[in-house]
Design a binder for this molecule. Structure first.
Ligand code: NDP
Length: 282
């Protein structure tokens, strides 16, 4: 029987994960099937159970279920444990769900390996305090920034996240106006502002000379935050397509023990998104 994997979410129609994993499987000569499964809110536990009963090997979990998936897992990797969110599931010998969160390691790999951007020793600003930021803070802190500030429109949410990750090192919470006078080498937009065509209302001068701007969102055109970065003098301004592929590569590696060539898949997906063959959605 062919090994079966899937991504579960709501909505799920525009997920790129089946395309990405099909390319990984082809590259690495792995015989597997990967599909997208729509799960109505409230049905995740049943859907995961049924998937496993039918022989399913592993799952990706996307919006809005990452926190619910965390609750379902009986064992979790340390980074998933701390994030409080799971995006990758496999099953142990007893059939129990085990969870990982590969979003943060995907981001750090795209930044440091694909973009050549150092995190170690740098001043890092993360905008937003939602589910995506929860997933990236642990791996970002492990990459050794000299300072990391989490700024959110609602500062109480930033403060709660900083408390959760406090043991990782120097981590500060802020609102947007308090950023005035500070400057950063790397600014990561983890808000969903780009999806509504806007840019978080942060002071103009937060970018240090040679800074990098990274938007977790991605699109066929430069996102509003990527455009803002370029017009504000960033040396590098990129969107989150590379992170999307890298987090998938990490899931694939966990399931199959083989690391795919993510750079080739990023290049192909970028061409397809730019030409309109693929919708610009996760
Ligand atoms: P959530 O809904 O959990 O959080 C949204 C965050 O954005 C909150 O912090 C919210 O602030 C903030 N926000 C929304 N609109 C604005 C605005 N106009 N100005 C300032 N802040 C705003 O979303 P997620 O964390 O799940 O997703 C965030 C982004 O990350 C999305 O663009 C998503 O597509 C992307 N993403 C990309 C991935 C990838 O692989 N490339 C993986 C996962 C996510 P407040 O708390 O004040 O409401």
């Amino acid at each position: 029987m062919i090994d079966t994997y899937a991504v579960m979410g709501h909505p799920i129609k525009h997920s790129q994960s089946p395309v990405i994993h099909a390319q990984f499987a082809q590259q690495t000569n792995q015989l597997l099937e990967y599909r997208a499964i729509h799960v109505p809110p409230g049905d995740l536990a049943d859907a995961v159970r049924q998937f496993h009963t039918r022989g399913g090997k592993g799952l990706n979990i996307t919006l809005p279920f990452k926190e619910e998936a965390w609750l379902l897992c009986k064992a979790r990797t340390p980074r998933a444990q701390q994030a409080g969110a799971v995006n990758t599931i496999w099953f142990d010998q007893m059939g129990q769900a085990c969870g990982d969160n590969t979003d943060g390691v995907g981001l750090v790999r795209d930044l440091t390996v694909n973009q050549g951007v150092e995190v170690a020793g740098r001043r890092v600003l993360v905008l937003g305090a939602g589910g995506a930021v929860r997933g990236i803070l642990g791996p970002l802190m492990s990459a050794g920034p000299v300072r990391l500030v989490v700024a959110n429109r609602n500062p109480a949410r930033a403060a709660a996240l900083v408390e959760r990750f406090a043991e990782h090192g120097q981590l500060l919470a802020s609102d947007f106006p308090q950023l005035a006078g500070l400057s950063f080498d790397l600014v990561i937009n983890g808000t969903s502002a780009s999806l509504s065509g806007t840019v978080p209302d942060i002071p103009d001068k937060v970018l240090a000379e040679g800074a990098c701007c990274y938007d977790l969102a991605y699109s066929h055109d430069p996102t509003p935050f990527v455009r803002w970065g370029k017009s504000s003098g960033a040396a590098i301004a990129v969107d989150g397509l590379g992170m999307l592929v890298e987090q998938a590569a990490e899931s694939f590696y966990r399931w199959r023990g083989v690391r795919p060539d993510s750079v080739a898949v990023i290049a192909r997906l970028r061409r397809e998104v730019a030409s309109g063959i693929r919708p610009p959605r996760k």
